[in-house]
Design a protein around this ligand. Sequence first.
Ligand code: FE
Ligand code: FE
Ligand code: ZN
Length: 257
Amino acid sequence: MGKTALSIGADTFAFFTRNPRGGASKPADPDDARALIKIMRENEFGPLVAHAPYTLNPCSSNPKVRNFAKMAMAEDLEKMEYLPGNYYNFHPGSHTGLGTEKGIELIADMLNEVISPDQSTTVLLETMAGKGSEIGSSFSEIAAIIDRVVLKDKIGVCLDTCHVSDAGYEIKDNLENVLDDFDEIIGLERLKALHINDSLNPAGAHKDRHAKIGEGWIGLDAIREVVHNPRLADLPCILETPQEDLSGYAREIEMLR
Ligand code: FE
Ligand code: FE
Ligand code: ZN
């Protein structure tokens, strides 16, 4: 992963901690992890932003799904210690009929059960598009989850440009206002990472369909403003655009740098 990142001019990347649509996870390879740490150190990488599986839903109405979420996150966090001091991002969840309030409660309950005081990983809540019964499409929902977490220094936020735009935040024309809102409701000091995506749909569409940079509704100029905004300086930026191959990501990185 480190070598691949270097080959496309990246100094951070995301990876799935297990099959994003499945359950089981391969055992960690400590030698491989150490080799990656060496590459990262030698090339001044920023923090990595691991991604939890999409099937992880701590606020499902199905208790089996909730149990899997807890088990998978606990296991993933244990494994993340092979790469100490990085980020683990997850989708807060979909309440599937339980209601937003109950959903927020269940998400925070899981975090309080799996986060330990001695872990070196910061767990990031991803801002969501608000598709279906997704929780986390407003800054106030994210803040309400964080509010209930006991070990707050282990919690941060990952802002996804496609998702916040789809959720109705006008980052295209009003980035500074959106950042003011974020600061007021969550606190910009909690913002640890960015997912950089264009969106196929206009602000407020709640669709969550990513587009290549410059080929969607947000557009290259507005995305460049995000990446180069002084209030967002030093945050790892992760591309989740629908590129066919690595050269597409190399081009996007070059374009945004
Ligand atoms: Fe995500
Ligand atoms: Fe994302
Ligand atoms: Zn998305």
